[in-house]
Design a protein around this ligand. Structure first.
Ligand SMILES: [Zn+2]
Length: 384
């Protein structure tokens, strides 16, 4: 914690140089005062020399760690008449702010009408948009996705709420859909801390690896420990819960107590000191699996549990890799697809060679090779 706080202090001031990741950070003298010091003079989208976009990761947090010991709790998929009131009670008792990402179809249920009014009236809470019916938007047209967002906003407008934040179900969406959310005045936000509460809830406290692979084995029976472990690692951040499980309501108080005991403070999502990039709509250009990364900073773990920046040159270049023996690879809209290949005995997710990485030119220390039937960007010193 101390070291992380120190790093946070050192990082205070100019934002990290993104050029290694291909983000265009060219400062153009915009007025920073309204956005917590983030220069907003440049315009989205920002792309690298090969046209890959870095501002539209549906699952990415916008602000990189360390996060100054500040924590923002978020609850997705509600409201629910049985669990949400229990969550509100715990939050109010400890005076902890939270943001609720509503599914419009759930909010339209008359059984939660008074509940929504209760949430709206309390300055401790914020309501945000999580689509109308929680469909995986990757399989939906941009127009239909925009309709989903607009329908939920229209419903919330009846309560006097104009959401400032949108979160993609399953963290999956396209760059065009991210643009659609922004056009509706919403910041797109992923999360830093995945509690996997739904997985623990389904297993009555035990998150089965067959249900969800993103939980380290040592935390399979301990959601609170898993959550605190991640909070310490990133020194705060946005925490993903769901107010649809009794399990979540049962464990919430323990998370709050342990986080407070460790010195964390709870903030709103619109806290400019904690989340300047989120609120400036200018997300950090996190790499995804198989893409270039600065090996000394290694931002890869912030996007995928178990991922790391594998060095590819002596000059500090690397690529984000993710073991995939029993796990899927994820492809990021705006970048070349990543696939699971076996090189030198290890199965890892790496990028295909293609136009959006300049046929591997965007990743120093890699070369295009045919592996398992695909043309992939493989580190030159990896065994064939
Ligand atoms: Zn959801």
């Amino acid at each position: 914690m101390l070291l992380l706080h120190l790093l946070a202090c050192l990082a205070d001031g100019p934002l990290p140089d993104d050029t290694a990741l291909g983000g265009d950070d060219t400062a153009t003298g915009g007025d920073d005062t309204a956005t917590g010091g983030v220069d907003t003079g440049d315009t989205l989208p920002y792309t690298d020399a090969w046209g890959a976009r870095y501002d539209c990761g549906a699952m990415d947090p916008a602000d990189p760690a360390p996060l100054g010991g500040k924590v923002a709790l978020t609850f997705d998929d509600g409201p629910t008449a049985d669990v949400t009131p229990r969550v509100l009670e715990v939050l109010r008792r400890h005076e902890v702010p939270a943001t609720f990402f509503y599914v419009g179809g759930n909010a339209a249920d008359l059984a939660v009408d008074a509940l929504i009014e209760d949430v709206v009236a309390d300055p401790l809470f914020t309501i945000a948009n999580h689509t109308w019916d929680h469909v995986d938007l990757l399989g939906v047209s941009t127009e239909d996705a925009a309709d989903q967002m607009a329908a939920t906003n229209a419903l919330l407008a009846e309560y006097g709420v104009q959401p400032s934040f949108f979160r993609f179900p399953y963290g999956e969406g396209t760059c065009a859909q991210v643009d659609a959310a922004r056009a509706l005045g919403m910041h797109v936000t992923g999360w830093h801390i995945d509690t996997a509460d739904w997985c623990y809830a389904m297993g009555e406290g035990w998150c089965d690896p067959g249900s969800y692979w993103r939980v380290p084995d040592e935390w399979r029976d301990d959601m609170v420990g898993h959550t605190l472990d991640q909070l310490v690692e990133s020194d705060g951040g946005m925490v993903l819960f769901h107010d649809v499980w009794d399990f979540t309501a049962n464990e919430l108080e323990q998370v709050i107590l342990e986080a407070k005991a460790l010195g964390f403070t709870f903030v709103h999502l619109d806290d400019l000191g904690a989340f300047p990039r989120l609120n400036a709509d200018r997300p950090y250009p996190f790499p995804w699996m198989g893409q270039a990364c600065p090996a000394d900073e290694d931002p890869c773990w912030q996007v995928e549990n178990f991922s790391w920046c594998e060095p590819t040159t002596d000059a500090g270049d690397g690529i984000c890799v993710l073991p995939c023996a029993s796990q899927p690879c994820f492809s990021r809209d705006g970048a070349e697809a990543s696939r699971c290949v076996t090189v030198g005995g290890d199965a890892v997710c790496i990028s295909e060679a293609g136009p959006r990485n300049g046929d591997c030119e965007a990743m120093p220390g890699t070369e295009p090779r045919d592996v398992d039937g695909s043309r992939m960007c493989v580190p030159v010193d990896w065994e064939r």
